[in-house]
Design a protein around this ligand. Structure first.
Ligand code: GDP
Length: 362
């Protein structure tokens, strides 16, 4: 249901949003809302150019048109085909690694996808029904495994005029990241890291997905003996909040080292599914706490117990008497201690702090 505003009338942004919505190829209902009173009875004409069919007049406040709107939704639902995506029997037993490829416009996302799907690996299918905004490509990597790559139109440059539209593409990035197991974040070698890149990385971090930093256009970077070392250091400083993210230097254009990306995806997939032996985990935490006990601001926190409760990503639960007293820097400290033995490249650790008393644990 695309809602427009009867009070403001047809806006430039409505037209742009309608274009995007049309591309989704999904049933759409156009609702002209805030249509309280007769005065808006003929506003439909004004919105015909959106090309989204016959608009409906509604008022969420007075309830006008809401029953009809609901009827139309049901009508459209009933007309939907049973299933929109086909899962073939072949796909059934396969392990699918969902990878979102993200990065600002022109960083080389499409070029990399073409390279990866066209040359070394065979394209299994180009999934229909996807739009230009999100394109999905399957790459078979053997062992009954498939990498399902999703290319998202990157975040737009921070513009001033088209605020509404920018939000749309940011949301697309958030959606494709949260649907993924692993994010390939493309960076532009010659341009370096921008604030937009860091913003994207933050989205990935918050979504608790695997992440690989892919420095593209490495062919266009002026080389010196120390360049890789310098760049490594530079990236380490910029992405200080995820020192565990692997870095790959490639040229999507020439294909040089592009297949390293596939190898790295396999590695990160392993990391995401790592199960740390229970005893080992508990010992690591006990040792870490012994050499630096957590200090609370008001009350002394005590960690009673730790265990891994999930994978993809590895999720560790800590049972604590006063979890709110544990500072985020202390979790970073524990994270580092775990990674000293289990590096888990590319995988975030999801730390869950649960309130507990000794009697729950013993
Ligand atoms: P997207 O917007 O992220 O999908 O970027 P494209 O794949 O469309 O690439 C944008 C431009 O960058 C094109 O002109 C590509 O030829 C160029 N490009 C992509 N990868 C490389 C690379 O590795 N090296 C160089 N020099 N140019 C590249």
């Amino acid at each position: 249901i695309f809602v427009v505003d009867a009070h403001t009338g047809n806006q430039k942004e409505d037209l742009r949003a309608a274009e995007m919505i049309r591309k989704l190829n999904k049933p759409v209902i156009l609702a002209i809302n805030k249509a309280e009173g007769k005065k808006y009875d003929h506003t439909e004409h004004e919105f015909h150019n959106l090309g989204l069919g016959e608009p409906m007049l509604t008022s969420a406040i007075s309830g006008r048109g809401i029953g009809d709107l609901l009827d139309t939704v049901v009508d459209k639902l009933l007309k939907l085909p049973q299933k929109t995506t086909k899962i073939t029997e072949d796909d059934f037993d396969k392990e699918i690694i969902k990878v979102a490829i993200i990065g600002k416009p022109n960083v080389g996302k499409s070029t990399l996808i073409n390279k990866l799907s066209g040359k070394k690996a065979a394209i299994v299918s180009n999934i229909p029904g996807t739009t230009r905004d999100i394109v999905t490509t399957d790459i078979s990597i053997g062992d009954n495994r498939i990498i399902r790559l999703t290319d998202t139109a990157g975040l737009r440059r921070s513009g001033k005029i088209e605020k509404g539209i920018e939000k749309f593409s940011s949301l697309l990035v958030v959606k494709s990241v949260s649907d993924a197991d692993i994010v390939l974040q493309l960076l532009d070698g010659p341009d370096g890291v921008t604030s937009q890149d860091l913003h994207i990385a933050q989205i990935a971090l918050e979504s608790k997905v695997g992440i690989i930093l892919v420095v593209n256009k490495w062919d266009a970077v002026e080389k010196s003996q120390t360049i890789t070392h310098e760049f490594e250091k530079y990236l380490g400083q910029k992405f200080i909040f995820m020192p565990w993210a692997p870095k790959v230097y490639i040229s999507a254009l020439s294909g040089r080292r592009a297949t390293n990306v596939i190898e790295e995806i396999k590695n990160v997939w392993e990391s995401l599914h790592t199960k740390i032996p229970a005893k080992d985990l508990n010992n690591l935490i006990i040792d870490a706490v012994a050499s630096l006990p957590p200090r609370g601001r008001r009350k002394p926190p005590k960690i009673y117990f730790s265990h891994q409760i999930n994978t993809n990503p590895p999720t560790i639960e800590l049972k604590i008497n006063f979890p709110e007293e544990i500072h985020s820097s202390y979790i970073r400290y524990l994270d580092k201690k775990i990674r000293a033995k289990y590096p888990l490249p590319g995988a975030p650790i999801d730390w869950k702090l649960t309130k507990s008393s000794t009697k729950d644990v013993l």
